[in-house]
Design a protein around this ligand. Structure first.
Ligand code: SAH
Length: 207
């Protein structure tokens, strides 16, 4: 665990609040018993239903790029294991997290409510690309599944001055991590690096 935190620092995750949040969440809690041995390695790991818990440095990089402040309300798409969700909940005022696979939604919600004292997370079983109109606008939006375009609804639910971080698929095999900043009605896109995420899929999966 300590070694992983050191590795994060070496790979450019230097924001002290992000490092502290990541150091306080044990990745072992979020992977199944058969993968415990590699929980602290900087690799993605299968979590069932064809999905993965993201690589720690990517979680750190995305969190750092999101520039989350204690008064922020964050919307996250792709709860998955819930690892990133807990990290965000330590940095933000409130986190709304959406997962489209019922099994993963239930598992992450139950694991987090019984093991972590996070009072500031709303777990949603829905297509996260649609956002949550009744709680919008959000200060920050984080998407952990790749799509060819920035989901229009979510962009509409991002506050003026807000930041969105997401992987954008440029071809079937190529994805770029992108930050989106909204200022005075203008939208500014910035490409950060190549990444590999599972696809953003429409609708929900009850299984
Ligand atoms: N941050 C997570 C990453 C999980 S992988 C973690 O580190 O564990 C991405 C997740 O996005 C998967 O669980 C997948 O089911 C979910 N997903 C894909 N499309 C979605 C959508 N439209 N709405 C909500 N969740 C979605």
């Amino acid at each position: 665990m300590e070694q992983l935190v050191q590795e994060l620092r070496e790979k450019g995750i230097t924001d002290p609040r992000v490092v502290a949040a990541m150091a306080s969440v044990d990745r072992k809690d979020f992977v199944s018993s058969s993968f415990q041995a590699c929980a602290y390695r900087d690799i993605p790991i299968a979590i069932g239903c064809g999905q993965t818990i993201s690589q720690p440095t990517i979680v750190g990089l995305m969190t750092q790029l999101l520039e989350v402040r204690p008064n922020h309300r964050v919307f996250e798409v792709g709860t998955g294991s819930g690892f990133q969700t807990v990290i965000l909940s330590q940095l933000a005022r409130h986190v709304y997290t959406a997962e489209r696979v019922r099994k993963l939604f239930v598992r992450a919600r139950d694991l987090i409510t019984s093991n972590y004292r996070c009072q500031n997370i709303s777990f949603l079983y829905c297509d996260g690309a649609l956002g949550l109109e009744e709680a919008a606008p959000f200060d920050r939006v984080l998407i952990t599944a790749a799509s060819a375009e920035v989901p229009r609804k979510l962009l509409g639910q991002l506050k003026d001055g807000g930041i969105m971080v997401l992987p954008v698929a440029t071809t079937e095999w190529e994805q770029r991590l992108v930050t989106v900043r909204k200022t005075g009605g203008e939208v500014e896109y910035k490409e950060i690096c190549s990444v590999r995420f599972v696809p953003l899929i429409e609708g929900t999966q009850d299984g």
